[in-house]
Design a protein. Structure first.
Length: 223
């Protein structure tokens, strides 16, 4: 099996060394490079073509959120997992809206970080429990009027079946759960998810979930 090519981005060399030691021990993960800031990360991505980037947020020069946005705008971009000591609402939302496929705190147990890299490489977004609670509070607080209106206008472009799939992505269901819920095959669910991403110009399932939250479609009377 081809190993997952991983790039480590953190301004602290001790953190990079610890991550390299921890992740380099996995048989299916290959550390292909390191970078100390967002600008260096962009250069490294161009040079080593990683599958996944483990990205710090607060770095000198180009920060991790800006680098994430730039990297995800590239053709055939790497998947990005943001790994940080901070989990303020705005940071979480900025990272996910920029196209990050995961957001983990640095106190996440090592085995879970390794598993997160594997899951993100396979196309399955990953959020730590603390980050998931942040998103739930964001959704419960409701979206601002203009943002909700814009989100609903975008959702309206979906066919009925696509909208049903999008709602379940917003609830955090995996493809197999969506398939069982809607009486369809997993490949059909994947096809619908791909169409939703293309129609709405989104990068990943997390962004579908954020759009569904912004539209208020998870409110009890919106079903």
């Amino acid at each position: 099996m081809t190993p997952i090519r991983l790039l480590l981005v953190d301004d602290d060399p001790l953190v990079r060394a610890g991550l390299s030691f921890m992740l380099g021990g996995a048989d299916d993960i290959e550390i292909v490079g390191e970078a100390a800031d967002g600008a260096a990360a962009e250069d490294q991505v161009e040079r080593v073509r990683p599958d996944v980037v483990l990205m710090d947020v607060r770095m000198p020069g180009v920060d991790g959120l800006t680098a994430t946005q730039r990297l995800r705008a590239r053709p055939e971009p790497p998947q990005i997992v943001v790994l940080t000591t901070f989990h303020a609402d705005e940071q979480v939302l900025r990272a996910l809206r920029a196209g990050a496929s995961g957001f983990l705190l640095k106190d996440t147990p090592p085995a879970q970080i390794v598993e997160a890299v594997r899951r993100v490489a396979a196309g399955d977004p990953v959020l730590s429990p603390a980050v998931t609670r942040q998103l739930m509070r964001h959704a419960a607080g409701g979206a601002a009027g203009d943002r909700r209106t814009r989100a609903r206008e975008r959702i309206a472009a979906l066919a009925e079946r696509e909208r049903e799939v999008a709602l379940r992505v917003g609830r955090g269901l995996a493809n197999a759960q969506i398939a069982a819920d809607l009486f369809m095959s997993v490949p059909t669910v994947k096809t619908h998810v791909s169409r939703i991403l293309a129609k709405l110009s989104l990068d990943n399932r997390v962004q579908i979930a954020l759009l569904v939250h912004d539209a208020g479609l998870l409110d009890e009377d919106a079903y």
